[in-house]
Write a protein that binds this ligand. Structure first.
Ligand code: ZN
Length: 417
């Protein structure tokens, strides 16, 4: 793998140099200079910051962006999304995911957690784009014993497809408690335990999900998952909007992570705000997700991190509810080790970082972290580096036009645009 040097960039307001070798940061600090043979990045007027982590998305849903906007969740899924998804091919998912990767690279995301059909195609897209991802095939059996066999087959096949790839972690992704049966969830928990696989699942996104769970199982969603063995330190719970205090206690005890998706929750009008402060007080690891481009509709975490902070402030009637520094820790993965990024820039860490335009109107005055959270969008990102490889330089991602054209073609084929 190549060697890379950044010179003259600002880190915490001071000029530094950074050298990367074999995908890791080799040296970082004042006085670090480029060596012969290093690929050189000029950090003049740039600030060096860690890459961002998208804790929950469905990358290839870029193809479905804007399709069925403004519908309630279940109607949107049943009438719009699921009929199209039933027709998706490998090539559709590949180009949809490539488009998502371009958008993520441009807005500073270096790693994401994905749940989507044809996970092998997403993995291929991520490898080709140079990003990192934890990927799982959506597992659904709807309580049908015939479908349960298919679910197990899908899970095992997806692990084969996702294994042994660069920068890809295979996960199990049971879709939700209302689409996956109790025996299937138990089977998934056992497989996760046996192979030490992460699990990602949608949980407590809507009030109906909670009342249906109480009616069907006599317990709330987190307690139900816990009884089946799904709630553990390898589990990421997407949404968690309707979790109550007893569930947060349980999640904290089990060490599961919550991926909050404030923009998708607002757009789908789920009616409640994730209890961020209550979760944090209990030490629950928290990440920030965009959710898919079908329900956000953007993958720009620098936009969503502002929503995260503002929504929590508004709900708590407390301007200090989520300070900028905390929001920044969440979006860089520092608050959720399971997500796979430390959010730290230092020697020995993976060379996953951004150069943001310190001379842009949004960043040129005031505190950098405050500006990144409250003022910036992905447009301030100039350079994105993952594993020491430059994926974007000067705002340009190589091959982006072709990716866009091919994705548009695939969406047309599906009859979406
Ligand atoms: Zn989702």
């Amino acid at each position: 793998m190549g060697r890379l040097a950044v010179v003259g960039a600002l880190l915490d307001g001071k000029p530094v140099g950074l050298r990367a070798e074999d995908g890791l940061i080799a040296e970082l600090g004042p006085g670090v200079e480029a060596r012969d043979g290093d690929e050189l990045l000029d950090g003049n007027q740039m600030a060096l910051v860690p890459g961002l982590v998208n804790a929950h998305t469905h990358a290839a849903m870029t193809l479905l962006r804007g399709y069925g906007d403004d519908l309630p969740l279940m109607q949107w899924l049943e009438e719009k999304i699921w009929p199209v998804e039933a027709r998706l091919t490998d090539e559709d998912v590949y180009w949809g995911a490539r488009l998502a990767c371009v958008e993520m690279i441009r807005s500073g995301t270096v790693r994401f957690w994905d749940m989507y059909w044809q996970p092998g195609a997403t993995a291929r897209a991520v490898e080709d784009a140079g990003l990192r991802a934890t990927i799982g095939a959506p597992l659904i059996d709807r309580g049908d014993p015939g479908e349960r066999e298919a679910l197990e087959r899908t899970a095992l096949e997806s692990l084969e497809l996702l294994g042994g790839r660069q920068r890809i972690v295979a996960a199990l992704a049971p879709h939700a408690i209302y689409t996956v049966s109790e025996p299937a969830l138990r089977w998934i928990a056992e497989l996760s335990e046996a192979r030490e696989l992460p699990i990602q699942i949608h949980l407590s996104e809507t009030e109906d999900e909670v009342s249906d769970c109480l009616r069907a199982h006599g317990e709330r969603p987190a307690a139900y998952l816990d009884r089946l063995g799904v709630l553990g330190p390898r589990t990421v719970l997407a949404h968690g909007v309707w979790l109550d205090d007893s569930e947060l206690d349980l999640i904290a005890e089990r060490g599961a992570t919550v991926a909050t998706n404030p923009v998708a929750n607002l757009k789908l009008a789920v009616g409640r705000v994730f209890g961020f402060r209550a979760a944090r007080e209990r030490g629950i690891p928290i990440g920030l997700g965009t959710d898919g481009a079908g329900s956000n509709n953007s993958l720009d975490l620098l936009s969503d991190v502002k929503f995260l902070a503002l929504l929590q402030k508004h709900e708590a009637r407390d301007a200090a509810a989520v300070p900028a520094a905390v929001a920044w820790d969440v979006v860089t993965g520092r608050c959720a080790p399971l997500l796979g990024a430390t959010g730290r820039l230092e020697a020995g860490e993976p060379a996953d970082f951004l150069l943001v335009r310190a001379d842009s109107p949004q960043l040129s005055l005031g505190d950098l972290v405050s500006n990144l959270v409250y003022a910036a969008s992905g447009a301030v990102v100039d350079t994105t580096v993952v594993a020491g490889r430059v994926l974007m330089r000067g705002g340009e991602v190589e091959g982006a036009d072709e990716v866009r054209d091919r994705a548009v073609e695939r969406a047309r084929r599906l009859g979406i645009t």
